[in-house]
Unconditional design. Structure first.
Length: 99
């Protein structure tokens, strides 16, 4: 297994993008479909960038760094909106309850 830090991977995905599409990334079976969904949610993001986001997000899950990534979002200061932080907190609480 390659050694990546949650911070390194999350910086490639984007903090808001990771929280907003958390479950799309977690249950991704088709990278192109998730990349398209990201584009539809935010048309200013380029296709090549979205493919990178999906790839890096999947590595977060592959390396079991998703909870650490969520915690980084929660503790990110003014880098993300309060709504995104709240979303990350809700997802983390759910993930912690599921085991």
């Amino acid at each position: 297994m390659e050694n990546f830090s949650a911070y390194e991977l999350l910086s490639k995905v984007g903090l808001s993008c990771f929280a907003e599409h958390y479950y799309d990334f977690k249950f991704c079976t088709n990278n192109a479909e998730v990349a398209k969904k990201i584009f539809l949610h935010n048309p200013t993001r380029k296709e090549s960038g979205n493919k990178t986001r999906v790839s890096k997000a999947k590595k977060i899950f592959k390396n079991r760094l998703e909870k650490e990534a969520l915690q980084l979002i929660i503790n990110s200061g003014s880098k993300v909106s309060p709504e995104i932080k709240q979303l990350a907190q809700e997802i983390l609480a759910k993930e912690n309850n599921e085991g």
